[in-house]
Ligand binder design. Structure first.
Ligand code: ADP
Length: 843
């Protein structure tokens, strides 16, 4: 429903058209020939067509009223005036409709448009008014039927001339072109106008004839060509108008080359002359405009391609692309948008405007605003993936920036998508101060430019990603080197005291107390090394998702006590005070006991490591609803706030005690977190900062209070049980390994043989008939442990022998492979003696 304001605007518009039409009609009828109502100069037809094309068909009542009023004063009956007015209106409506059907440009910037104006509007639509007008004059008896032919022709010619001579100027200037005047251009325009005026007046006013003996009327041609070549249609159309005005004014006074009445209808001859002149200028203007446009498009395309070839990043290319397109295609403002926020909205990445233009508000809004799909010009292009054109921003319902644009004088806009295949990555939009009709050829060109920019963005993104991954690779390699250095260091740490102890013991003079001390020390260091290696293997397994929990019911309190037993030596060594707090009721978890203890011992170990001597460590376990909550708090060195978020990352290490050398590989907490998560739990850390202690809290799901725990985990017997004397074969290519293991077994009273490769092991086994074979997997002489096991099994006397793999490969798949090869068990080096004694006891 139109608002009151729009209604008033329309009434004002219609009235203005009616008045202008009426005035032009009165003026035109002043040159009536043949009949009072028929004239060879009929400017209203040009006015009517331009009004309907520029203002839209809604302006037709203005044409009708103007024509009615003019005809009513031309001594006709009311019926005839009505018929003629209607004929004139239908003519204009038909002309406008026909031109719109052929996508006519009001700017007449193609030869096609000039031909359309000539053929469809001037030539064809005018037959309506001529036929209606001549018929009604004859019907009403105002004119005799014998004059019908000449009436019709003069009518038609007058209307056609009105359209051809007058409408181009009205159309071109009515579409509000924005002319970029430079000083010398303005000077040239004034000079051209002056020449056109002076020479036409001199020729048609008869002055030239007086001077030279000839009217030299063809001199207007070079002037019109000048106008068309230098100023395009914007120059040609007004020049035609000036020539027409002056020529008609003198000719009706009987002056100039066509003023001689003895040659028939002077004005008619003048019309033919003017038609030829106008067509020459308009066709030339259009051809030049077409060539210019093609040249500008080619330049724009080339400039964009060049910018993309020379730019390293989109940030560098974007302003240059916008400037190149604005410069080449005469747009005033350009902006480049990209899809951001994970594909949720579009944001302006770059905006550019002509330096001489003042559009601060529009630029600020454009840089600030965000658009969702479908919203505003960017959103529209994004949603459809198609270019969009807005001829007049003020009349567009979906352009949120319209008000600001209008305030700052921007009228037309077009946007084209930056696409990669079917995906829209962004768009560029351009604005101009003049009203521009959609330009199909431009849109087609920019579909290609858009996909080229899309490929550019994609290429730059891939390059950035490649750079990033190269950087990541470099960092990873650096981290690997650091890690290897750390690992070497960590393994050397326990080796040094072990070697020292060996020296002391080999000297043979150590008293028993020192020897015991050395033994304990070596055991501790070996245990530390074993744990390091175990942790390393665990981490790789967990990060590859290759770990399986062996869940059973576990009493958390009992697990805590076992952990405390194992960390006790370290706590005592550093003089820490441990405050243990266990719940009165047992807390039962469905957990893997080994892994649970690994979580707890890592945390308590860390608390002991990262607390200066004689610290206090609180180890508390409680139930909170369905969760078991384990807190390990220390009053040690604490953790800097910026490290808190990274502390659980693999190889992350924060501060350490200044007096201590490197301890650990930065994998303990990664294991803690992964294992807690595997159990469906979490681990968090808090610290007041450096020097203010740390607290680690593990939350694990637990069973309801009544759930009974599983059978207690048997504690390993402290000393080796005396087993029955067994025949044992130890096979290992590392002679030291084989011999030390053999001595240990012999010390327990077993009958032990050794072999260092597969064939000799087979031979020894045939003769010795071992009950237990401890077999290394990696063996020389072309027969590995797997093959040896397979060949031992069928030997006579070995059917019941227990064959156990003793290997450095402790992973799940190694165990499976050993089982497949016929091994009865699997021990990881260094062999846990308790396990070995249990094995022998069970034979
Ligand atoms: P690491 O082998 O270095 O101990 P972790 O993964 O167990 O590796 O711990 C990672 C880092 O977290 C440690 O290097 C240490 O800087 C910090 N950290 C761990 N526990 C504590 C704690 N209780 N107090 C202070 N810092 C700690």
């Amino acid at each position: 429903m139109p608002s009151g304001r729009t209604e008033w605007t329309r009434v004002a518009l219609v009235t203005a058209v009616a008045l202008v039409y009426f005035a032009a009609a009165r003026f035109g009828l002043g040159f009536a020939v043949v009949a009072e109502q028929v004239t060879v100069v009929w400017p209203p037809s040009g006015i009517a067509l331009a009004a309907l094309l520029v203002l839209g068909s809604r302006a037709w009542p203005g044409v009708w009223l103007g024509a009615l009023a003019a005809n009513a004063l031309a001594h006709e009956g009311a019926g005839t005036a009505l018929a003629i007015a209607t004929g004139n209106t239908v003519e204009a409506l038909a002309g406008a409709w026909l031109l719109r059907r052929v996508r006519f440009h009001e700017s007449l910037d193609r030869v096609w448009d000039v031909m359309g104006l000539l053929g469809l509007a001037a030539g064809l639509s005018t037959t309506v008014a001529a036929t209606v007008g001549a018929t009604s004059l004859c019907l009403s008896g105002i004119q005799p039927w014998s004059a019908f032919g000449s009436l019709w022709f003069v009518w038609w010619l007058g209307d056609a001339m009105g359209i051809l001579l007058l409408s181009p100027a009205l159309l071109i200037w009515g579409s509000r072109p924005y002319v970029r005047w430079s000083r010398h251009r303005a000077f040239e325009a004034i000079a051209l106008g002056g020449c056109v005026f002076a020479i036409t007046a001199a020729s048609f006013g008869g002055r030239l004839a007086q001077l030279t003996g000839s009217h030299l009327s063809y001199l207007v041609f070079p002037l019109l060509i000048w106008a068309a070549v230098r100023f395009g249609q914007r120059g040609a159309a007004p020049a035609i108008l000036i020539v027409t005005g002056i020529a008609v004014a003198f000719t009706v006074r009987g002056r100039g080359p066509f003023g001689d009445t003895s040659t028939g209808h002077p004005l008619m001859m003048l019309q033919v002359f003017l038609a030829v002149a106008a067509l020459t200028a308009l066709v030339l203007g259009a051809a030049i405009a077409e060539r210019d446009t093609a040249e500008r498009r080619r330049m724009a395309h080339y400039a964009v391609a060049r910018v993309m070839a020379l730019s390293a990043t989109l940030e560098e290319a974007a302003p240059q692309i916008l400037k190149a397109i604005c410069d080449c295609l005469e747009w005033d403002v350009g902006a480049l948008w990209v899809v951001e926020a994970g594909g949720q909205e579009m944001r302006c990445r770059e905006a550019w405007h002509r330096p001489e233009l003042r559009v601060p508000e529009f630029m600020a809004v454009t840089r600030q605003v965000r658009f969702a799909p479908g919203q505003g010009l960017p959103g529209r292009v994004w949603q459809s993936g198609e270019p969009a054109w807005i001829s007049d921003l003020a009349h567009d319902a979906n352009f949120p920036r319209a008000q600001v644009a209008r305030r700052e004088g921007l009228h037309s806009a077009f946007g084209f998508p930056i696409s990669l295949g079917n995906e829209v990555l962004g768009l560029t939009e351009f604005f101009s101060r003049e009203i521009r009709r959609p330009d199909e050829a431009l849109l087609q060109l920019f579909a290609i430019v858009g996909s080229q920019i899309g490929q550019f963005i994609d290429r730059k993104r891939s390059e950035a990603a490649a750079r990033l991954s190269a950087e990541e690779l470099r960092q990873a390699s650096e981290a690997k080197d650091q890690f290897l250095a750390l690992l070497g260091h960590e393994l050397r740490n326990p080796l040094a005291p072990i070697r020292n102890a060996l020296e002391i013991l080999s000297a043979g003079q150590a008293d028993p107390a020192v020897a015991t001390q050395m033994h304990e020390m070596m055991q501790r260091q070996t245990a530390h090394m074993v744990r390091l290696v175990d942790d390393l293997l665990d981490v790789s397994r967990i990060t590859r998702g290759k770990i399986e929990l062996r869940r059973e019911r576990v009493d958390l309190g009992a697990a805590v006590e076992r952990v405390v037993d194992t960390v006790r030596p370290l706590l005592d060594d550093r003089g820490h005070h441990l405050r243990l707090s266990l719940p009165p009721e047992p807390i039962v978890l469905e957990a893997d006991p080994t892994r649970l203890e690994q979580i707890l011992s890592n945390l308590v170990n860390n608390a002991a490591k990262y607390t200066p001597g004689s610290g206090t460590i609180d180890f508390a376990v409680a139930r909170e609803g369905t969760q078991a909550v384990i807190r390990v708090r220390d009053n040690g060195i604490g953790i800097r706030p910026e490290m808190l978020g990274r502390i659980f990352e693999l190889f992350a290490q924060a501060d350490r005690l200044p007096e201590r050398v490197q301890e650990g590989l930065g994998i303990g907490l990664t294991l803690v977190r992964s294992l807690a998560q595997l159990h469906g739990g979490t681990v968090t850390v808090a610290s007041g900062g450096p020097g203010r202690g740390s607290e680690f809290v593990v939350r694990l799901p637990c069973l309801p209070p009544q759930a009974p725990p599983g059978p207690p985990v048997a504690k390993a017997p402290a000393a080796a049980p005396r087993a029955q004397r067994r025949r044992v074969l130890v096979v290992d290519d590392n002679a030291d390994s084989a011999e030390s293991l053999a001595i240990l077994l012999q010390m327990q009273g077993h009958d032990v043989r050794m072999a260092y490769d597969g064939p000799s092991a087979l031979a020894t086994a045939r003769e010795h008939h071992p009950e237990l074979v401890l077999l290394d997997i990696g063996l020389p002489a072309g027969m590995d442990g797997y093959e040896l096991a397979q060949r031992l099994r069928p030997e006579a006397g070995l059917e019941r022998a227990v064959i156990v793999a003793v290997t450095g490969y402790g992973q799940e798949e190694d165990r499976r492979r050993a089982a497949d090869a016929g091994f009865d068990g699997h021990l990881v080096k260094p062999v846990d003696m308790q396990k070995l004694w249990r094995l022998l006891a069970a034979l």
